[in-house]
Design a protein around this ligand. Structure first.
Ligand SMILES: [Fe+2]
Length: 219
């Protein structure tokens, strides 16, 4: 059993290195996390999906190509696998993410939060899964923000995944250990099992904060 685990870990590491090469970055360090293929819960895209796409919309949101300064905030690395209901990897899926900056502000005219915008943050990014269904993003941990007088949203990142053979998925990724998670109306609308699928535990490896967020699409 242990040998089997080690073999799977070695295979995963090998694949992750290949993915790093594909994304032409040295920051996608390998890791191993078990996954399951329960459906990822759907959520609405919310009010802050970009009205227009930025010129820079790659999978590194921590800097803009025409700026010399990096975005503020804690840098995090998100990677994972897009899969179907039978655990099959989904290649060529497009993943979009959008999020608030470190102060909790979206780059969107409807965001009334008075917190400062970060001129060096990309706010929106895109990735395409490789033949093994893998993807990766480098971004910053978003701040929490007020959704109303009575409700503060915990840090989260919005995801939309599109694949020709699957139903489009829009969801949100949350961070484990956030006290606001247990009070969040959207997160608490989901079953415990679904919440577990949406809440990611980050770990440190080679000075990098890494989280794995696997996404399962409906066929
Ligand atoms: Fe949001």
């Amino acid at each position: 059993m242990k040998n089997n685990f080690n073999q799977r870990r070695r295979n995963f590491l090998k694949r992750s290195f290949a993915l790093g090469a594909l994304i032409t970055s040295d920051w996608l360090v390998p890791s191993f996390v078990y996954s399951n293929c329960n459906l990822t819960p759907q959520e609405s895209s919310g009010p802050f999906y970009p009205l227009s796409y930025p010129l820079d919309q790659d999978n590194d949101l921590t800097y803009l190509k025409d700026k010399s300064q990096k975005a503020n905030g804690e840098i995090i690395y998100i990677k994972g696998v897009v899969q179907g209901e039978n655990c099959e990897p989904v290649s060529k899926a497009t993943i979009e993410i959008w999020q608030a900056c470190a102060t909790g502000r979206y780059n969107h005219p409807e965001d009334r939060n008075p917190a400062e915008l970060d001129p060096n943050f990309q706010y929106f990014g895109k990735a395409i899964t490789n033949e093994r269904g893998e993807y990766g993003f480098k971004t910053i941990k978003p701040g929490s923000y007020p959704a109303s007088w009575f409700w503060t949203r915990p840090p989260h990142i919005h995801f939309t995944v599109r694949s020709l053979k699957h139903t489009e998925l829009t969801t949100q990724m949350y961070f484990s250990g956030e006290p606001l998670n247990s009070k969040d109306r959207l997160l608490q609308n989901h079953s415990k099992e679904e919440q577990e699928k949406s809440i990611v535990t980050f770990y440190k490896e080679k000075q990098k904060q890494i989280g794995q967020f696997n996404l399962t699409l409906k066929g």
